[in-house]
Design a protein around this ligand. Structure first.
Ligand code: HEC
Length: 105
């Protein structure tokens, strides 16, 4: 009776889903930040175009500059996110907010 039961496929969350679940709370839907203290990440000269390793490292380890009242939490506050999921989110952010066509600088 193959085909009687539709196979149940758990869809993998897309990069966009992951961004909205974990990051948009602070970075908003356009990367501009929801409040003062969260920098605008957008634009072709913005922080999203730091070298990839450096940027991924910042997202993995968090960023806590003393001159800003809010810190970027380790893995955006969700330690369940894998390095490759974080890389997917970074690619999404670059594509959506980065103002450049290509993904990698
Ligand atoms: C609690 C709020 C908060 C959440 C949630 C958050 N961020 Fe951030 N993020 C920040 C703040 C604040 C900064 C600026 C840190 C600084 O420059 O001191 C930042 C900076 C960044 C930067 C720039 C880093 C750099 O080197 O300049 C990237 C990229 C980033 N966040 C990605 C993410 C991703 C991806 C997620 C979700 C997985 C996420 N953030 C979740 C607050 C947040």
């Amino acid at each position: 009776m193959a085909g009687l039961w539709p196979s149940i496929v758990m869809a993998e969350p897309t990069a966009k889903d992951l961004y909205y679940q974990n990051c948009s709370l602070c970075h908003d839907e356009d990367g501009a930040g929801v409040m003062p203290g969260i920098p605008d990440l957008g634009g072709a000269d913005g922080p999203l175009w730091k070298p990839n390793k450096q940027l991924l490292g910042a997202v993995i380890n968090g960023v806590d500059r003393t001159d800003l009242p809010i810190a970027m939490p380790v893995r955006g506050g969700n330690v369940e996110l894998s390095d490759s999921q974080l890389q997917l989110i970074i690619n999404y952010m670059r594509r959506e907010f980065g103002g450049k066509k290509e993904i990698y600088p």
